[in-house]
Design a protein around this ligand. Structure first.
Ligand code: SAH
Length: 429
């Protein structure tokens, strides 16, 4: 595989996604209608066997499908099933970005496929079908939309090796994804939505609102794009980029399924971070058990305050979700999955980082099987919050540890390159 992991270079000026982003009318999507495997196969089947013109039924992107689904898809296309295995190998192991690159496939078939329309597959607001998008004329990587790959708009490398990518979707939106290397791991911080509707005050992504949720292939593509850009196989994935994963949980679970099944990752190396959406946590646990057979990924809940009042000041959407109810749902989640929950706590200088906050937090979490991750605030342009001093961070950590709360401090990575979530896209996208 090593030879297919060459580093890529930026291709187009970052401004390319601007107009689509601004013109997008897809706001406040709350439900996921992700591309699922049966529908991909079904649309392909309809394409192969209906009497109408082939372009009447667009294809779904292939990334996200497993080997059996790709075999079925190939057969529905009138090809032998081993073509599906070849597609699987080129999509996941070799990281093909275009049909042209998959030279083992018959040229005539590649040419036929690349001229067919593809469902753009980003879920719109509830009930709205996915938009259709023909392959862009002049596309430099023909068949890229059918494979489900994005286009690299911009790459930004920090001195500590952190690498941020700005990727363009087929419909011209931009997604931020980050590769965070250390000696023994490469963590990919993926986005689950374009923008975010949660509007947490200290978060850059929330400032622009939500454009739309991402489809399965758009999530998996981020991991492949980081692998390609950094020439190294990702070991961990955290859903801590743009968006609220629990407002797109079907696609998130399908992506986790694909990452484990097709890219060989372990569920335990995947973390899903949520700020909390009422009535979704127990459902997430049950759906994970249904869909994945077990729910072993880590759930990280963004708490950020030890009481409801302060939490609402920092997270306006929290008014609909009392902190006690959130913690009850977390207990319910632990009971269903048997996995302990992590809590994230962004430390904002003088706002929530005082000894009394640590004491209240320890009280709130008493008896809870959990781990607290402290995140010193990464400054964003739009807000006046202060990053706490290292001494304040250490005092907060010690105060929790002394009260028997399992706690760690997340090292800030890539501070010189728009470290805070959503900053690169706000500057460039
Ligand atoms: N919506 C989800 C996941 C995306 S944000 C959530 O809220 O958990 C991932 C984490 O980054 C969250 O804990 C979020 O609060 C944190 N974060 C956002 N902006 C930040 C900033 N400027 N500095 C530090 N952490 C930030």
């Amino acid at each position: 595989m090593a030879d297919s992991l060459g580093a890529s270079s930026p291709q187009d000026p970052p401004k390319a996604a601007d107009s689509a982003l601004l013109n997008s009318t897809w706001v406040n999507a709350t439900a996921a209608t992700a591309t699922d495997a049966p529908s991909a196969a079904a649309s392909a089947a309809a394409l192969a066997f209906t009497d109408g013109p082939p372009e009447a039924v667009p294809l779904s992107p292939l990334l996200g499908l497993g080997v059996a689904e790709l075999e079925a898809w190939a057969q529905e296309q009138g090809q032998p099933s081993f073509r599906g295995r070849q597609l699987h190998d080129w999509l996941y192991n070799r990281g093909a970005r275009s049909l042209e690159a998959i030279t083992v496939l018959p040229k005539a078939w590649r040419q036929r496929l690349r001229d067919l329309p593809v469902i753009q597959a980003g879920p719109g607001p509830s009930g709205q079908p996915p938009r259709e998008e023909s392959i862009n004329p002049g596309e430099s990587e023909p068949g890229r939309a059918l494979l489900g790959r994005s286009r690299l708009l911009h790459r930004s490398d920090a001195r500590d090796g952190t690498c941020k990518l700005l990727l363009a979707t087929v419909d011209g939106l931009s997604i931020e994804t980050v590769g965070i290397p250390s000696d023994d791991r490469l963590t990919v911080c993926v986005s689950s939505q374009v923008g975010c509707s949660m509007a947490c005050r200290f978060c850059a992504t929330g400032k622009g609102g939500l454009q739309r949720s991402l489809a399965v292939h758009e999530i998996v593509d981020q991991v492949l794009s980081v692998r390609e850009a950094m020439g190294r196989r990702p070991s961990h994935v955290v859903f801590m980029g743009m968006g609220e994963p629990l407002l797109n949980s079907e696609a998130v679970l399908a992506a986790i399924d694909c990452l484990c099944r097709d890219l060989g990752m372990a569920q335990r190396q995947i973390t899903v971070s949520t700020v909390g959406v009422p009535r979704t946590l127990p459902t997430l646990a049950e759906r994970a058990l249904d869909r994945l057979g077990r729910a072993q990924f880590t759930l990280a809940v963004s708490l950020h305050a030890p009481d409801q009042q302060l939490r609402e000041e920092l997270i306006p959407t929290a008014h609909a979700y009392p902190i006690e109810e959130l913690l009850d749902d977390c207990r319910h989640y632990v009971a269903i999955t048997g996995r302990r929950v992590s809590f994230e706590y962004v430390l904002l200088g003088s706002i929530n980082d005082q000894p009394r906050h640590a004491e209240a937090l320890a009280g709130l979490l008493r008896g809870f099987q959990s781990h607290v991750n402290l995140i010193p605030y990464n400054p964003i342009e739009e807000e006046e919050f202060q990053r706490p001093s290292p001494a304040a961070v250490e005092a907060f950590r010690t105060a929790l540890a002394r009260r028997h709360v399992a706690v760690s401090v997340r090292a800030s990575r890539g501070l010189d390159q728009d470290a805070a979530c959503g900053q690169l896209r706000r500057r460039l996208g």
